[in-house]
Design a protein around this ligand. Structure first.
Ligand SMILES: Cc1ncc(C[n+]2csc(CCOP(=O)(O)OP(=O)(O)O)c2C)c(N)n1
Ligand SMILES: [Mg+2]
Length: 577
């Protein structure tokens, strides 16, 4: 059936200027939020949003970095493109942070930006110009390296069509960032009636029926797993939707299949459940790494098998000569990308798991398989913190892990940053609530967690959002605290303050240079921005501080807990396997 609206052209009368049409197109594409720090072309567009402010929220941040990360995380958590708007030179540089994260982590995102040039002066070397002309930089080239689609509009109608296609590309698998770059002067130009190139409403461009997994291949997968003595699932980013997480837990439990995760898959199942063995990799759990060495079948679900979490293809963990490897991925190119596989199955992991429901995956071996998992986890101390000490008046990272372990509720969201503070949590904290972790799994940039936490609160307004970040990361994006006040997105921030780049410092041994910071009182900074600040320098005070912060969030106030971490506390002892 062909809806009549698709056959009609747009009413150009109502869409008098390009900027007006842009806002209408955003609404047509289902966008309800945009994140920005405006400039030139975006400034010219901005007042159009005034008319639709009851339906569309424009979140004003303090930098393009914050805006781009908020848009990326909005996309990551909702599955709908987060819209990031910024002026060419800044959207493509400072704002590249969130775009790159979206590209690497597969988060749907739409970038709206401009060449930042004035009428007819693109070739004259005017400052800020990004047209690619002599004397100018090229915003298209920059964005082209980090987006899956980048449209360039030099005519008003191209801006509308380019935006429609950006939404299309961003949300098709594998999802990611798509951009519309506009030649700036068109933004204020009139939408002329197009006689040859017609514009159509957006919905017809956005329709999508996903390709379904091949039935015979799914049956083959079931046969391989059913015959396995010790099957292990490697769960990655592709398993991280609510429905898939639930199915995965059910199927793994019913057949006694161990679940190891990549970093992006961390916490996809309850990590205290009988099938969980933890996160893989040098910075992961020995229990997960060692479980792989016992596996006769590996069922890889939405994970790339990246060398970073397989100890650079350590034969002891993964070996196609020893193991039967079945790989499911929504992108056909990713199954059998890093390691050759016996069966490559194209499809959404959720669809494959749904088709597997009711299959016998070797249920008769369930008890024996669970016993193997339990003895593996016991032998390698899964969930047992290594002994640590901290100097008087300071805490160790392990103390933060202990308090999170005690206090995280099923309604809490935990957002991580980069550095030693993150490694302690990803390797040592067993998450009980699937889906509660929000971590930078793309470029893993320091400073990501603060804007990520603000966006998490926006998506989950009823949850307590806890952000753990180092003092290095916090200094990079602390202006986000002001955004949480202004936009009423209260969060709790734990700053692991070890006065330096802990993770880099650990690598310096005796020749220590360029890793130590002057002190920052983050609690005082927080107060100055309208938040609450708490200083903690004793392990037994952290639990109370977190409880007070939780209460603060309930009352609409962000809290920063500045935790004095012993500068001598280093990263987790690297898993020796
Ligand atoms: C933006 C950015 N720059 C550099 C790095 C490389 N890097 C990874 S961890 C780290 C140190 C982090 O220091 P801090 O945030 O204080 O955390 P800590 O390790 O001290 O807990 C650095 C420099 C990065 N991940 N992101
Ligand atoms: Mg630090």
């Amino acid at each position: 059936m062909r809806p009549t609206c698709l056959t009609s052209t747009r009413k150009t009368v109502a869409l008098s200027l390009t900027k007006n049409a842009l806002v209408q197109t955003l609404l047509e594409c289902g966008a309800t939020h945009a994140f920005t720090l405006p400039g030139l072309g975006i400034t010219w567009t901005l007042d159009e949003f005034y008319e639709v402010r009851d339906r569309f929220r424009v979140v004003l941040t303090r930098s393009e970095q914050t805006a781009s990360v908020m848009a990326q995380v909005y996309g990551k958590l909702t599955g709908r493109p987060g819209v990031f708007m910024g002026q060419g030179p800044f959207a493509s540089t400072t704002g590249a942070f969130g775009i790159l994260e979206a590209q690497f982590a597969g988060s749907p995102m739409v970038v709206l930006t401009d060449t930042s040039c004035y009428d007819g002066f693109g070739m004259y070397g005017v400052y800020q110009t990004m047209t690619g002309d002599y004397g100018a930089a090229d915003v298209r080239t920059v964005l082209g390296t980090m987006t899956k689609y980048c449209a360039y509009a030099t005519e008003p109608h191209e801006a509308v069509y380019g935006l429609q296609l950006a939404f299309k590309h961003a949300q098709l698998p594998r999802m990611g960032p798509a951009a519309l770059v506009m030649k700036t002067p068109i933004i204020r130009r009139e939408m002329a009636e197009q006689t040859r190139v017609k514009l159509y409403p957006s919905e017809g461009y956005l329709r999508h029926t996903p390709a379904r997994p091949d039935t015979a291949a799914v049956a083959e997968l079931a046969r391989i797993v059913a015959g396995a003595r010790c099957p292990v699932i490697i769960a990655g980013q592709g398993t991280q939707t609510a429905a898939t997480r639930e199915l995965l837990a059910q199927i793994a439990d019913s057949a006694g299949i161990a679940v190891a995760t990549s970093y992006n898959g961390k916490g996809v199942v309850d990590e205290t459940s009988a099938v969980a063995v933890g996160m893989l990799g040098t910075w992961g759990s020995k229990s997960a790494n060692r479980m792989l060495s016992q596996a006769d079948v590996l069922l890889v679900l939405g994970a790339s098998l990246g060398p970073d979490y397989l100890r650079f293809r350590d034969d002891g963990m993964i070996d196609p000569a020893r193991q039967r490897i079945v790989h499911v991925d929504v992108d056909a190119r990713h199954a059998g990308w890093v390691v050759p596989v016996e069966l490559a199955l194209t499809g959404d992991v959720g669809d494959v798991l749904r088709m597997l429901e009711g299959s016998d995956l070797g249920r008769d071996k369930r008890t024996a398989r669970l016993d193997t998992i339990a003895s593996n986890n016991h032998a390698h101390g899964f969930g047992v913190l290594p002994p640590t000490v901290a100097a008087e008046g300071t805490l160790h990272y392990a103390d933060i892990v202990r308090v999170l372990d005690r206090s995280l509720t099923a309604q809490d969201m935990l957002v991580l940053d980069a550095g030693n503070n993150r490694i302690w949590v990803t390797s040592q904290l067993r998450l009980r609530t699937p889906g509660q972790l929000v971590a930078p799994g793309g470029i893993g940039g320091m400073g990501w967690a603060l804007p990520a936490a603000a966006a998490t609160r926006l998506v989950y307004p009823d949850r307590h959002v806890i952000c753990l970040i180092g003092d290095g990361g916090a200094a990079m994006t602390m202006s986000t605290l002001a955004t949480t006040v202004q936009e009423q997105l209260p969060i709790t921030v734990i700053v692991a303050n070890n006065q330096g780049l802990g993770m880099v410092r650990d690598n310096m041994k005796g020749r220590r240079i360029a890793v130590d910071f002057s002190a920052i009182d983050f609690a005082a900074v927080a107060e100055a921005m309208g938040c609450k600040g708490i200083r903690v320098n004793r392990a037994d005070a952290l639990g109370d501080a977190l409880a007070a912060a939780r209460e603060g969030c309930r009352q609409g106030v962000s809290t920063v807990i500045d935790v004095a971490i012993d500068p001598a506390a280093s990263h987790v002892p690297v898993s020796d396997y």
